[in-house]
Structure formats: C-alpha cells, structure tokens
Write a protein that binds this ligand. Structure first.
Ligand code: ZN
Ligand code: ZN
Ligand code: ZN
Length: 341
C-alpha cells in the first residue's frame, strides 16, 4: 500500500490501470506529458463552411427528411428537431433474417438513423443553459421510447460528435440516434463486466464507483444530489469524463423530468469545463444504456461517456487495445474543477 502511494507521488512514472468494469488496461504515461493547460494547444481543422451553407439552418429547405419530432419556443420558432438521416448507416426494412456464405454469417443492416438538431448554429451544447440541455435529453428519451418497442431494434445508440476530428461532418450542433438489431460490443463488454462484478461482490460496479468517487473527491468534476461527473480511474483519454446517476438504474429511457434537469446541470457544467480547459476541443459523447432486447440487465447502470480528442490513436493502441493517456485523471479532474469555480 505504501509503495503504491510512493509511486503516485512520482508524476513521471507510467502506471498501468485496470478499468473496474471492462477489465481493460490503460497506461497513464505522464512522462510525455504536458501541463494541464497545454492540452488545448492543438491544430484545429477549419471546418465551418458558414451559416449560409449550413444544411441544418432550415432542414426543410435544404431537403432533409420530414421531422419526426419538433419543439418550439412560445414565439413559434423551433428550438430542436429530429429527422431521419438522409444518408443512414442503417436502413429501413423489416427482415433481420441472417444469411450465410460458406463459413461466414451476415444479416441485413436494418435500423433507424436519426439526427437531433438544436436551433443555433453557434450555440454548442457546452454553451447551453440547463433547460436547453434538458430539452436535448428529453428528445433523446422521446425517440428512444419510440424505437425500443420495435421488433427489429435490440440496441439504441445515442451519440454526439463535436468538431471535425471527432467525426462531425456538419458543424451545426447535432446528435445522432441509431436503433439497431445487434447489441454493441462495447456495451456487451460492460454488461459482462457488471454481471461478473455483481456475482463476486453482490453490488453494482457502477454504484460502487459512484459512491467511492463521491467520497474520495479527487476525480470528481462536478456533482449534485442525483448525478456525478468524474474522470475515470482508468481513463482511456486525457480529460475523459463519465456522468452517472447516483441512484441505480440500468435504463436511461426511464429518466424523469426532474432527473433530466439534474443531469443537464452536471453534464452541462462538465462539458463547459472541458470547453474552457481545452480551448473548445473536438469531442464525442455517448449514452451507454441497457439493451432493449428483452434481456435482464438489472446489474447494469446507465451512464454517459465524454471523450475529448486530445490525441490520436497510434500503432500501440491499435495493436494492443491498451490506450495511453498522458495526464493523471486526478490532475485532469482538478483542472476541470477549477474551470467551474
Ligand atoms: Zn447551422
Ligand atoms: Zn448501479
Ligand atoms: Zn460505458
């Protein structure tokens, strides 16, 4: 125990840390590191073609698909709308019948792919107020509930790319929802990990983490009575942040209106801290929630993962699956907390 403590003092030493849910290893290699305030100095891709060329300013005029959901302000202007992706990664269809070719196995890429667009081209999520963010979560939930009852849908991915380096081909703030017939492998890993942990410890691994992090405090970015945002012990990337409900729940779609506002506060403050700390970096965030395939996922616990892009995957990461983070999560969290004060 004392040896461990000695090591942590030496910030130049690399440390292998294991993710408590997935069992995956990461390397915290601070020897190559910069100071926390240097992570924001990266070459930014010039990606905004400007508001005049933007396809999401007036989705109807730019020939997008018909809205499946639209929210308005009292004065009539829209604040958020959801429509099917014109170029879906998964397409409509009923059959999920598998086919084989020799030893190979495949099935039709049946599913639903939708875009969630907020009104203001320049007002990204990190800059929105609590009620605006709560409305975005409300739209995610609305569409989630709509898709989960469909027979061909077994998993629903809700994610958001910000910045070209994070895969956003259109600058205008938008999220995506993909309802698909297969359970995502990353979620499968987490389901298995959570199940295993529960078997040996009789406790939810995510509840354990939320309680420990809240008590310990050093990796916490922000928390209120219902949600906690923290830099994971085994962060895969510098300034990675997870947001989790403190009360156990496997299912994001069961979130109440009151919880959406509490979530929006914790999530919004964290995203804004990343925005200030890293000089508006590209990032991805996504919701991990239990599959909707009828299985029993009592031991899972939904959460959001925010991954800023402060470096790119290189050979070692692709080769081994071990990700290298160049800042200690404790140092990252402390720096993010400073932005909030
Ligand atoms: Zn726009
Ligand atoms: Zn739990
Ligand atoms: Zn996850």
């Amino acid at each position: 125990m004392s040896e461990e403590k000695e090591d942590k003092k030496n910030t130049n030493a690399s440390e292998l840390r294991q993710d408590i849910v997935s069992g995956d290893w990461v390397v915290i290699a601070t020897g190559r590191a910069k100071r926390p305030d240097e992570f924001g100095n990266f070459q930014r891709a010039q990606d905004d073609k400007g508001i005049e060329q933007c396809l999401f300013e007036d989705p109807v005029a730019s020939g997008q698909e018909k809205d499946v959901l639209i929210y308005h302000k009292p004065d009539g202007d829209w604040t958020l709308r959801v429509f099917p992706n014109k170029y879906p990664s998964f397409s409509l269809g009923r059959s999920t019948k598998p086919t084989t070719e020799g030893p190979y196995f495949s099935m039709p890429g049946v599913g639903y792919h939708e875009i969630v667009v907020t009104r203001d081209h320049y007002r990204q999520l990190a800059l929105m107020d609590v009620m605006e963010i709560a409305e975005v979560f409300d739209a995610y939930q609305d569409r989630y509930l709509e898709h989960m009852s469909k027979k061909s849908v077994n998993y629903i991915a809700v994610f958001h790319n910000h910045g070209k380096e994070a895969g956003a081909s259109i600058t205008h703030p938008h999220s995506q929802i993909m309802a698909v017939p297969v359970v995502a492998p990353y979620v499968r890993l987490e389901l298995d990990g959570a199940e295993k942990y529960h078997k040996s410890n009789k406790e939810c691994v995510f509840c354990t983490v939320a309680e420990y992090e809240s008590e310990e405090g050093k990796r916490v970015v922000f928390e209120n009575d219902q949600f906690i945002a923290y830099c994971p012990f085994a962060s895969r990337a510098a300034f990675e942040v997870h947001v989790m409900p403190k009360k156990h729940s496997p299912y994001f779609e069961r979130i109440t209106d009151e919880q959406k506002i509490k979530l929006a506060e914790v999530f919004g403050k964290s995203l804004n801290a990343i925005y200030s700390a890293l000089n508006d970096p590209p990032y991805n965030f996504y919701i991990h929630s239990a599959p909707c395939d009828g299985g029993d996922y009592q031991h899972y616990h939904w959460h959001i993962e925010i991954l800023p892009h402060t470096s790119t995957w290189a050979g070692f990461e692709l080769d081994t699956g071990i990700e290298v983070s160049t800042i200690q999560p404790e140092v990252a969290a402390e720096y993010l907390r400073k932005q909030i004060q």
